[in-house]
Design a protein around this ligand. Structure first.
Ligand code: TYD
Length: 210
C-alpha cells in the first residue's frame, strides 16, 4: 500500500521542525515506517542548491525568477529520488517545508504571484501533492521574537523585513483558503506539548484511512 505524504509549513520560528520529530515518533508508534526529510535540501544536489539560496557566497543578487527555479529544481530531485520512491515502498513521508513554502515566500512575499510559482513547480511535482499539509500558524511578531532569541546568525530569509514576513503569513492564509481539503491549520502559539496534541488530532483522520 502506498504511504502517505505529510508536509509541514509555516513561518520561521513556528516550531515545525520540533513537531516533525514528535510526529515521526507518533506515527512509528502506529507501526508505520517514517521517512523524515526537508526542503530546501533533502538530497545531496538539493543541499548544494540550499547553500546557494541561503548564504549566497558569490554576493550576486539572485533574481526572484532564478530563486523560484532553484527551489523548484531542488524539489524536482527530491520528489524523483526520495519522496516518490519512499511512498511507493509504503513509507510515510514527513517533509519540513514543500511547495507551499515557494507559494508563500516566492509567490506571495517576493511578489511573483501564486499562479506563476505554481506553474514553475508543475514539472517538479509531476502531480505529487501532499496528502495533508500542517500549517503552523503563529503571529508574525511572536515568530520573529522566537527566531531572534535563537541567537544564531540570520540567514538570507530570516533577515528579511517584518513586512516580508507579514506577506509570508498572508500567503499561507490565502493558500489555506485555496486548498481547504489539504491544508490544515495548527495554532502554533502554545507550548510544545499543546501543539503536539493539536497535531495528533489533525492527523487522526489520516490514520483512520489505514
Ligand atoms: P531553513 O533554515 O532550512 O528552514 P526553517 O525556516 O524551516 O527552519 O530555511 C529555509 C528558508 O527558505 C526559509 O526561510 C523558507 C525559505 N524557503 C523558500 O523561500 N521557498 C521554498 O520553496 C522553501 C522550501 C524554503
Amino acid at each position: 500500500m502506498r504511504g502517505r505524504f505529510i508536509s509541514l509549513e509555516g513561518p520561521e520560528g513556528c516550531g515545525k521542525s520540533t513537531q516533525a520529530g514528535l510526529l515521526a515518533a507518533y506515527l512509528r508508534e502506529h507501526g508505520l515506517t517514517v521517512r523524515m526529510t526537508r526542503e530546501p535540501g533533502g538530497t545531496p544536489t538539493g543541499e548544494m542548491i540550499r547553500e546557494i539560496l541561503q548564504h549566497h557566497a558569490s554576493g550576486e543578487d539572485i533574481s526572484p525568477e532564478a530563486e523560484v527555479l532553484l527551489f523548484a529544481a531542488s524539489r524536482a530531485q527530491h520528489v524523483a529520488r526520495v519522496i516518490r520512491p519512499a511512498l511507493e515502498r509504503g513509507e510515510w513521508v514527513i517533509c519540513d517545508r514543500f511547495v507551499d513554502s515557494s507559494l508563500a515566500y516566492q509567490g506571495a512575499a517576493r511578489g511573483m504571484g501564486i499562479e506563476t510559482v505554481l506553474a514553475a513547480n508543475e514539472v517538479a511535482l509531476g502531480g505529487l501533492w501532499p496528502d495533508v499539509t500542517l500549517w503552523f500558524d503563529l503571529p508574525v511578531d511572536v515568530a520573529l521574537t522566537r527566531v531572534l532569541s535563537r541567537g544564531a546568525d540570520a540567514d538570507r530569509f530570516e533577515s528579511e523585513t517584518r513586512a516580508f514576513h507579514q506577506k509570508v503569513a498572508e500567503g499561507y492564509r490565502e493558500l489555506a483558503k485555496r486548498f481547504p481539503e489539504r491544508i490544515v491549520r495548527v495554532d502554533a502559539g502554545g507550548n510544545i506539548d499543546g501543539v503536539e496534541k493539536i497535531v495528533r488530532t489533525r492527523l487522526d483522520p489520516l490514520l483512520e484511512t489505514l
